[in-house]
Design a protein around this ligand. Sequence first.
Ligand code: UDP
Ligand code: MG
Length: 368
Amino acid sequence: MEHQHHRRRHRHRNKPDSRHERHSSPALQKLEQEIDSIDKPNLHAERHGHPQRKQHGSKPFMSIVIPLLNEEESLKPLYHALEEVLPGMSDGHYEVIFIDDGSTDTSFSVIRDIHESNRKYKAIRFRRNCGKSAALAVGFAAAQGRFVFTMDADLQDDPKELPVMLEMLEQGYDLVSGWKKKRHDPWHKTIPSRFFNFVTSRMSGIKLHDFNCGLKAYRKEVVKTLQVYGEMHRYLPALAHWEGFRVTEVPVLHHPRKYGYSKFGFSRFFKGFLDLLTVMFTTRYVKRPLHLFGTVGSIMVLIGLAINIYLTVEWAMGLTFLSQRPLALFGIAMIIVGVQLISMGLIGELVVKNSLETTTYGIREKLD
Ligand code: UDP
Ligand code: MG
């Protein structure tokens, strides 16, 4: 409530500025655009409907990033499906970036044909298969749009969902994740996937039904902030949530795979969970390793000490011989491991301190 009020006042204050904007010098306009790229979406939407499209001139308003591996049959139909939706959505201000993740079929020559007939369609081609996360990371770095969408190339995701997702972004969300509510995949994918989503939802603290949908929409700041590598593409909503971005989901249409085959086998689940551990550790504790290691280590030292003090008292009272108490070894082990964990935490702190220059903090807004 308070927030909205603040927004309204802010809008009033900005009104004369916006009239002025049209007459300002190119240098000033560039500066304004830069300041603009700091998140103030609602302000604009309230002021002139969809001014982002006008203001950004030659810059694309939307970027669609599409990672693909051996999807030759799907690409042409995908192109036509995209062309039915994108021009109307963005007044023609859009770009589509295909990331060919080392395809060994004719995918890239199909993409080249598409690019020849429509320059809004661009492509980046990997020399070898680097994985979907790598493809997304490279696509995110290349994307110039104020809003960035991702989708799979296999025609399972439907471009008709893009306008709804854009609307949610314009309402103020930073990441809108698709939810394959009615899913068309074989059972050996859907059942483990339910389990995966349940655990990820619990561990990450953000309630979503579907973390790993290919169809997602982002505000530009999100894709420029998140670091995607390994198999992290499964956790993008969790990563964004931990960075403080506003994340939500919308149910989307999902189609059965028509051509080709799924590129992820059973290994997806095992690798996926190891990555969740990394994600949790690097996002939550990377700045204070001692908080994690120190806490666990201290608890272990305390338990070990308590056990050994108890045994010492018994021994002093002549009630027991320590050689007959295996518990003594357990107590000692707890103390040793605990001390080691604390030292690890301290070493971690040293590493963090030395790498502080490279740390970035996510700033949502600036008022100067
Ligand atoms: N993909 C990719 N690199 C890979 C594996 C997959 O770029 O190493 C692409 C694939 O071409 C598709 C998307 O990622 O566009 C999703 O893959 P897939 O449909 O095989 O996954 P599923 O739908 O079975 O989860
Ligand atoms: Mg698929």
